[in-house]
Design a protein around this ligand. Structure first.
Ligand code: FE
Length: 336
């Protein structure tokens, strides 16, 4: 028993060091991030090169990182949380894991609609979730809005990703905010009635189903479309900017906040501000074909080739505030 106890203790100590042989130096910034290593490492490397500040980071999904921050409480080594979707950031703030940051730099570089009203998190990049369609079987003049995909003309022609994904919860949350529960539920029921097939686990599988002829239209984040098109430019898929006559395309963010018990809040703030400057904005957005939050910075030529669009200007915090309502509504409407 004693040996097992010692082994368990050794394991805890090892995982505490994230597989590294040296303990974290006191002055090092520590970041918990759900962004993949290949997306975030170039950003941290550039920061270290520019400032000499070292960054230690761990990657995991948002739920795991949030749980870890909760468990660590005041003893957390983490200075910053970086994750995707305003719903996830809102949850971290709701659990009192982040702290407000007053900063003129952040205020000028990050639009107010992409900033937490309490300033506990800030958008770093924008992701657009819009309509994708078969360029072989759909005339884009037949398309207009997310709501219109509930119309009878799309019966048996619609593909959707699962409602379990936070991206769709956020989309429906913004619809509740704009249209009210009753109208939104009617639309979601219409979507479900129009489904050509069972829901998909991811956006890429959904687009593959359109290419294969299983359905004609769907809703996806544009960077997944960009990846597929980059691999195969001939794919008969096109993007359609939804709701250009009214609310605009649903957008969401990847973003960051400084942890409530950050050991180095001033250094964390400097990093957060730096990430909203042009050089970092390009590093953050370009690799994943997202849009910079800083309007002075243009997306890549490839992303620009998809065309300009009007984006929904609702504050993205709605995605968090109405997430529970959205999940319940989708459940009632039979959207699995
Ligand atoms: Fe994604």
């Amino acid at each position: 028993m004693r040996v097992i106890g010692l082994l368990a203790g050794a394991l805890v100590a090892l995982t505490g060091l994230w597989g590294c042989s040296e303990p974290a130096a006191e002055e090092e910034l520590v970041v918990y991030t759900s962004r993949n290593d290949h997306l975030i490492k170039p950003v941290f490397d550039a920061y270290t090169e520019a400032t000499g500040e070292k960054i230690r980071y761990i990657t995991d999904n948002a739920a795991a990182l949030t749980a870890r921050l909760q468990a660590e409480g005041e003893r957390t080594p983490a200075d910053m949380l970086i994750t995707v979707d305003a719903g996830n950031l809102w949850n971290a703030a709701d659990k009192e894991l982040l702290q407000p940051v007053e900063s003129v730099v952040l205020k000028s570089n990050v639009p107010a609609s992409l900033t937490d009203p309490d300033k506990q998190w800030f958008g770093l990049t924008i992701r657009a979730r819009t309509i994708v369609y078969s360029s072989e079987r759909v005339d884009p003049s037949a398309l207009s809005s997310y709501e219109n995909l509930a119309a009878p003309e799309w019966k048996g022609r619609l593909c959707l990703r699962t409602s379990k994904k936070v991206y769709n919860q956020s989309l429906v949350a913004t619809m509740i905010k704009r249209l009210g529960e009753e109208k939104t539920e009617e639309i979601v029921r219409g979507w479900v009635a129009n489904l050509a097939t069972d829901v998909f686990s991811n956006d890429t599988a959904l687009m593959e189903a359109i290419v294969a002829g299983q359905c004609d239209v769907g809703i996806v984040n544009t960077y997944y479309y960009g990846r597929m098109k980059r691999d195969n430019p001939q794919l008969p898929l096109s993007l359609f900017w939804a709701n250009q006559d009214d609310s605009g395309v649903h957008i969401n963010i990847s973003g960051a906040g400084i942890t409530r018990h950050a050991p180095h809040p001033e250094k964390a703030r400097a990093l957060l501000e730096w990430m909203t400057q042009p050089q970092a904005q390009r590093l953050l957005a370009d690799r994943n074909m997202e849009y910079p939050v800083n309007t002075a910075v243009k997306p890549t030529a490839e992303v620009q080739s998809w065309g300009d669009f009007k984006a929904d200007d609702l504050n993205v915090s709605v995605a968090g505030a109405l997430q529970v309502d959205a999940v319940k509504l989708m459940d009632r409407a039979g959207y699995r």
